[in-house]
Design a protein around this ligand. Structure first.
Ligand SMILES: C[S@@+](CC[C@H](N)C(=O)[O-])C[C@H]1O[C@@H](n2cnc3c(N)ncnc32)[C@H](O)[C@@H]1O
Length: 389
């Protein structure tokens, strides 16, 4: 049975699904989900690019930040460094980080105990081969975060891929958007809230939503930050994702939905799904395309603080990478006009450019029991950290 047919049957038997339940099936169904079925979904042969797919430069710059974090912890009695990457896919970022650590930060390399946390069994199975010569540094490859971490928890483009609820403000108050059927076609249907946490989430933000507004409430992302904070005994959390402040996400009378989909590098294309023409693109081709939403930085920050984490920085990706020395990076090739050098410069440009990954992606740096060190990733323009508060 196809995933589409399975979802149709489930709605017929049990009624409409929340968007979170729909996303959970479309992305993570245990045999047919989009992420479940393949070891890697991004890059040229996939559906979209993450910073990791741009090249090893992203991992190399991140290694500079992790080295600083390791040195801060080592100076106060933690010689080993747990590096826990969550949403690690096939391990490509882990590989890039270890490549850079081995050549540039040997002490970090020796101290690192890498754990790759990934829901998709297909992606987990690919991790040892991706890590290659660094395999011995892999302490664990697992679907769940370790209970205790002393080091750093890292997640690049994880939270945007977590199943989210969608809500709308009506003249009768806040309502939830469900996925129902009109014949064989998935359609959105407005209904009562599926759980009280949705209203509580928005009430806490104290936002005034006009009738007609709609958007997402990502309870799973907030929960994830809570869990990460509890598992971190001492060290840092590095979150990189596209997101906005609550003020930007939850305001105005406009349609604030950020739910979107990527398929074969096209955004929001559903024209070739015979069932879904004209409807929201993310309802098309379940199990065959990504579904994603922007994260709410204000809530993630508030949850982190409630859990005893210190916000050490919140900036955009380009300032973060510039602070880590992106402009000082030279390629390993000898000819500055050679193909490798040009490729290297193009990759850095892609990671930094405003309007692209450089400004859509935000970096949140959190600490626990480490004081309030001024981290290199926040050194480029300290005012940026204030502006996102
Ligand atoms: C958008 S991809 C990003 C992959 C990689 N981090 C990168 O930047 O290229 C999101 C990944 O997170 C994984 N994922 C989703 N929920 C997860 C969870 N709760 N724990 C671990 N991995 C998860 C998905 O299976 C997928 O591989």
């Amino acid at each position: 049975m196809s995933l589409r047919a399975l979802i149709v049957q489930r709605i017929r038997n049990h009624g409409p699904l929340t968007t979170a339940a729909f996303m959970d099936l479309a992305l993570y169904h245990q045999t047919l989900g989009y992420y479940t079925r393949a070891p890697r979904r991004t890059g040229r042969a996939g559906d979209f690019y993450t910073s990791v797919d741009v090249g090893p430069q992203f991992g190399a710059l991140l290694a500079t930040q992790l080295d600083e974090m390791h040195r801060l912890l080592a100076a106060t009695g933690s010689p080993t460094f747990d590096l826990v990457e969550v949403g690690a896919g096939n391990g490509q970022l882990g590989r890039d980080l270890l490549d850079a650590a081995q050549t540039t930060y040997p002490e970090l390399y020796t101290a690192t105990r890498l754990t790759l946390v990934e829901t998709s069994a297909a992606a987990r199975a690919a991790q040892p081969a991706t890590l290659g010569r660094h395999r011995a540094r892999l302490a664990a490859s697992s679907a769940a975060m370790p209970d205790q971490v002393c080091g750093a928890i890292l997640a690049n483009e994880l939270l945007d891929a977590l199943p989210t609820h969608a809500v709308t403000m009506t003249s009768e108050g806040l309502r939830e958007i469900y996925i129902d059927l009109a014949g064989d076609r998935f359609v959105e249907r407005i209904g009562p809230l599926s759980c009280p946490e949705l209203a509580a989430y928005l009430a806490r933000l104290d936002v005034a939503l006009a009738a007609g507004w709609r958007g997402e409430v990502n309870l799973a992302a907030a929960d994830w930050v809570r869990r990460a904070a509890r598992r971190l005994q001492r060290g840092f959390v590095v979150l990189i994702d596209y997101g906005h402040t609550a003020g930007e996400l939850y305001s105005g009378p406009h349609d604030g939905s950020t739910l979107t989909t990527f398929r074969r590098h096209l955004v929001g294309s559903n024209g070739d799904d015979p069932y879904q023409r004209g409807g929201p693109a993310w309802l098309a081709h379940p199990g065959e395309q990504d579904i994603t939403s922007h994260v709410d930085l204000t809530t993630l920050r508030a949850v982190a603080e409630e859990e005893g984490l210190e916000v050490l920085g919140l900036t955009d990706q380009s300032h973060f990478l510039l602070g880590l020395g992106a402009l000082n990076e030279t390629d390993s090739g000898t000819d500055p006009d050679g193909v490798e050098a040009v490729r290297h410069r193009l990759a850095l440009k892609t990671l930094l450019v405003p309007g692209g990954l450089g400004s859509t992606h935000k970096v949140m740096l959190l600490g626990k029991q480490v004081g309030t060190p001024a981290l290199r990733g926040c050194s480029f323009n300290p005012r940026t950290a204030e502006s996102h508060a």
